[in-house]
Each structure stands twice: as C-alpha cells, then as structure tokens.
Design a protein around this ligand. Sequence first.
Ligand code: FES
Ligand code: FES
Length: 182
Amino acid sequence: METPLATFQLAVNSTTVPVEADPAMPLLWVLRDVLNLTGTKFGCGVAACGACTVKLDGQAVRSCVLPVSAAVGKRIETIESLGTADAPHALQKAWVVEQVPQCGYCQSGMLMAASALLAANPKPTDADIDAAMTNICRCGTYQRVRAAIQRAALELYTSPNMPAAHKASAVAAMKIDTEVVA
Ligand code: FES
Ligand code: FES
C-alpha cells in the first residue's frame, strides 16, 4: 500500500515553500526532485560520503538519510544559499584560490560542511578541520580543503563586518592578541 502524501512547509534558504511528499522521503530527494535544488549531490545514500550535506538549523546533516518530515520547522540551507558568482562567500573565494575542486562532485557537500564548521568554530586548527570534515573525496582534495578553510577563516576573521561575538570566539580559539589583527 502506498504511503499517503503529506503537505509540508519547508524553510529552505531564504524562503518558505509548500512541499507535497511522502513524510519518509529523504530530504535530498525533496531538494533535488521537488524543489529543483540540484547543487546538493547523491553519492552513497547511506550517510557515509557527505556529498548530500546541507545545513539544518546551522548543523551539517546528511540529507540522504534525513526524512523530510524531520526538517519541518527547521532552517534548511543548501549550497544555493552560500553565495553567487557576483558575490561569492569567503569559502567559495578560498576554494577558487586554493584550486580545491577536481572533478567537483563532492564539493557542494564539502562547502556546506565547512560553512557549518566556521559558524561553530571561527578559527579552527588543522586538527579541528580534520575532525569536522568527514566528507569523502575520491579525488583526494583534503589538503586543499584544509588550506581553503584556513584561508576563508582568516578572511572572515579580519573582515570589519565580522560580528563582535564571532570575533571574540575566534580570538579564544586562536589564543592570539586581538591587537595583531584588529
Ligand atoms: S549521499 Fe548522503 S552521505 Fe553519501
Ligand atoms: S573533487 Fe572529485 S570527488 Fe571530490
């Protein structure tokens, strides 16, 4: 017997959209097939590779195993929200400078995981990055990913637009003198 469809209101990027779907349908398929947000990729389907990573209330989650019903009432952010060609996010600029993408397939998931990491830890150490970035890249871009996250962290940290709380958190993480970068 087919599961009846339900209608949800999903807060995706900067909008709220009605979606009719099986409540058990993975969020990944709702994003890709219903909302046409195809930047989020399918890799393994079992929460192992991270290609499907999006942010849910700021946390990196693997959308291939998350039922859409579990995302109702939460803020969903996909790669389409990170920046634009005209106004790229600091991470996207760093990705270009460090020449991170090779085939590119894993990279939207990498970027969303990195975005969640920097929101929680504005100036991560290499060890922090290695611990947080569990995404798999068959092209082996891990060292470039690490360099790009450090580059983006520095740009965000030295930006005059950085909120004071974010900056204080970064200072604590870096254990440095604020005079150095003020
Ligand atoms: S496709 Fe979701 S973790 Fe691999
Ligand atoms: S860039 Fe090819 S899989 Fe990561």
